[in-house]
Write a protein that binds this ligand. Structure first.
Ligand SMILES: [Zn+2]
Length: 310
């Protein structure tokens, strides 16, 4: 009996693990008895993908015919992130990330001190970076990602100089990387597929950051399509971090309320004048989402589940 139980538990464990480690997730339509402003925000984000990089403008939120005002601190941060064309993520999330931003600053100081003790001429050429700059770097091929640790003030690039000239390549970057790692930092020279020997960061990868700071999933979700494409088209050995990020984002979403692609007969409703709005009706089981400058659509309400195995 005990043996059967043990085998059963073991089977359950592996089955569960295999399911949860999926990079695929889908919204299953089902009755939703109640929802709140954070659910509306998540569904707006779900539909407001990379195609519309611009600001959402003022968004109106409605649940069962009643206006909802984002008043709690998390909802207000999410709204602030939607509101700006290129939100300054480092200042928006600075209090949330404070412990790690401070620890990173101390590590950076130690690293620079060490390099100067060696008699090298070195300085940080870039620390905080805004989203617009990050996009430019991505478009010109100098960065692989649309959202980087630089955007959160958790990465920096070291420049090493010789007789006043910046060294693009030098064995000194490898020595710098070794020192950075001994201080607990992660070194860009170790990146698979796109090594970046001047770069140091506080976390191993985006998945580790999101595990530590789950509210940031809201920022990464914006780029979900981008990550899914990288994962689908990249070489397996180059996309392990992307896979880990997708799995981490999915785990946070399991069981949460979502907007399903589900054929619905649109109810007759007075349109709102605002450019962007989200209206949910839990009794009728739909949500209407309209982003700025785009047509609105009705979706069935549901919850995120792991894709069925085929
Ligand atoms: Zn960098």
């Amino acid at each position: 009996m005990r043996y059967v139980l043990f085998v059963g538990l073991l089977f359950f464990f592996f089955f569960f693990q295999a399911q949860v480690d999926s990079t695929q997730i889908f919204c299953r339509a089902q009755p939703v008895s109640s929802l709140g402003i954070l659910d509306l925000l998540a569904m707006y984000r779900q539909r407001d993908t990379l195609q519309s990089h611009g600001a959402s403008g003022h968004v109106r939120w409605q649940i069962n015919g009643l206006e909802v005002v984002p008043t709690d601190s998390i909802a207000r941060k999410y709204v602030a992130s939607l509101d700006a064309d290129y939100p300054a993520l480092d200042s928006l999330w600075s209090s949330y990330l404070q412990a790690d931003v401070q620890a990173f600053a101390a590590q950076k100081d130690s690293l620079m001190q060490h390099l100067r003790t060696k008699g090298w001429s070195a300085r940080y050429v870039q620390a905080i970076r805004n989203l617009k700059r990050q996009q430019q770097l991505k478009l010109t091929g100098r960065s692989q990602v649309l959202l980087s640790f630089h955007n959160f003030n958790l990465a920096a690039d070291v420049g090493i100089y010789s007789r006043g000239r910046y060294l693009r390549r030098s064995p000194r970057y490898t020595l710098m990387g070794q020192e950075a790692k001994s201080l607990g930092l992660y070194w860009g020279g170790d990146f698979v597929g796109f090594p970046d020997p001047g770069h140091v960061q506080r976390f191993a990868n985006s998945a580790a950051l999101v595990r530590q700071y789950p509210l940031l999933a809201f920022e990464f979700e914006k780029y979900r399509d981008h990550y899914a494409r990288i994962y689908a088209t990249g070489r397996t050995e180059n996309v392990q971090d992307t896979k880990e990020l997708l799995v981490t984002l999915n785990r946070l979403k399991l069981g949460q309320i979502c907007a399903c692609q589900y054929a619905l007969i649109p109810p007759q409703m007075e349109p709102l004048a605002e450019a962007a709005y989200v209206r949910a009706d839990t009794r009728a089981g739909w949500v209407y989402i309209q982003s700025r400058g785009e047509n609105g659509y009705y979706y069935g309400l549901g919850r995120w589940e792991i894709s069925p195995k085929r």
